[in-house]
Design a protein around this ligand. Structure first.
Ligand SMILES: O=C(O)CCC(=O)C(=O)O
Length: 282
């Protein structure tokens, strides 16, 4: 990864760009291992990875989210959920989510689907309380105002920290609705995704989905929502401002890169002509 343009040839030419864009976070072996999941995501617009956390990791993550939730009120709009706690900027608020954001299987599936360098776009949680109605269905890549169809731009994920059921608000999703993408809500019925706590659901930026209705009497549904996008797009949540530099310094290198602290391609994102990672090292 070089930002000084010293290639001895056109630094913006196709061959230099292609070589530099080949520098991915996941390994080719990881992407090969996860090829069935990548294929499922490409074909159906979603995929579930089950049992993606060890019991110890899981307990630490749930405790971390509970601590953040203890200082978070309900969201203030119908779309975000008036019976939903929705803290933002989770990378800064709890280290508990770091292993989720950098989970090797998730990163490999995202890179495999987008076939590109990726970064984190936003990190929130959605804790749905009883009485929370279903969210309006939507597509997460809608804010990239491009004509349809367009190449994949983003992948969204939600980690289940409770069992997700149709009763407690398991995510609603319209399988296959990404292909062909539709500008208005598709006619096909959305189904509640049911999955065990510790699993993660991924869907493409073009797939229609929304939070389910929590019609239970007394169950909360905790989910951590992490969006990834191509590394050369603007992040939905401004990670450079949302996460203090001292916190970024403590992150493992992989997470620093995912948060946006590197030069992608041959020359995007540099500081003084060099990698921003240097700013973290001293
Ligand atoms: O909570 C969920 O299951 C999904 C929420 C969602 O899609 C959103 O908030 O944009």
């Amino acid at each position: 990864m070089r930002a000084d343009g010293d290639y001895g040839r056109d630094p913006f030419g196709k061959s230099v760009q292609e070589a530099e864009y080949g520098d991915r976070i996941s390994t080719p072996e990881d992407r090969e291992r996860l090829a069935p999941q990548i294929r499922h995501l490409n074909e159906h617009g979603y995929v579930i990875i089950e049992n993606a956390l060890s019991p110890v990791q899981f307990a630490a993550i749930r405790d971390g989210l509970d601590e953040v939730n203890s200082g978070t009120g309900f969201a203030r709009s119908a779309f975000l959920g008036e019976k939903t706690q929705r803290p933002y900027g989770l990378l800064a608020k709890t280290k508990a989510v770091w292993p989720l954001a950098a989970h090797p299987d998730v990163v490999a599936v995202c890179e495999g689907h987008m076939d590109d360098q990726i970064q984190l776009s936003s990190l929130t949680a959605a804790t749905l309380h009883p009485g929370q109605p279903a969210q309006t269905l939507h597509r997460d890549d809608g804010f990239y105002n491009l004509p349809d169809p367009h190449p994949p731009l983003s992948v969204s994920s939600i980690w289940a920290l409770d069992d997700f059921t149709a009763e407690n608000g398991g995510t609603l999703l319209v399988p296959g609705s990404h292909n062909p993408p539709t500008e208005t809500e598709p006619p096909a019925r959305a189904v509640n995704v049911e999955m065990k706590a510790g699993s993660v659901l991924l869907w493409t930026g073009a797939t229609w989905h929304g939070g389910g209705a929590n019609v239970s009497i007394d169950q909360v549904r905790r989910g951590v929502i992490i969006l990834y996008c191509r590394a050369w797009l603007r992040q939905q949540e401004n990670q450079y401002l949302a996460v203090p530099r001292e916190t970024v310094r403590e992150m493992p290198r992989v997470l620093q890169r995912l948060a946006g602290w590197w030069v992608i391609g041959a020359a995007m994102g540099f500081v003084e002509g060099r990698s921003p990672l240097r700013l973290l090292d001293h």
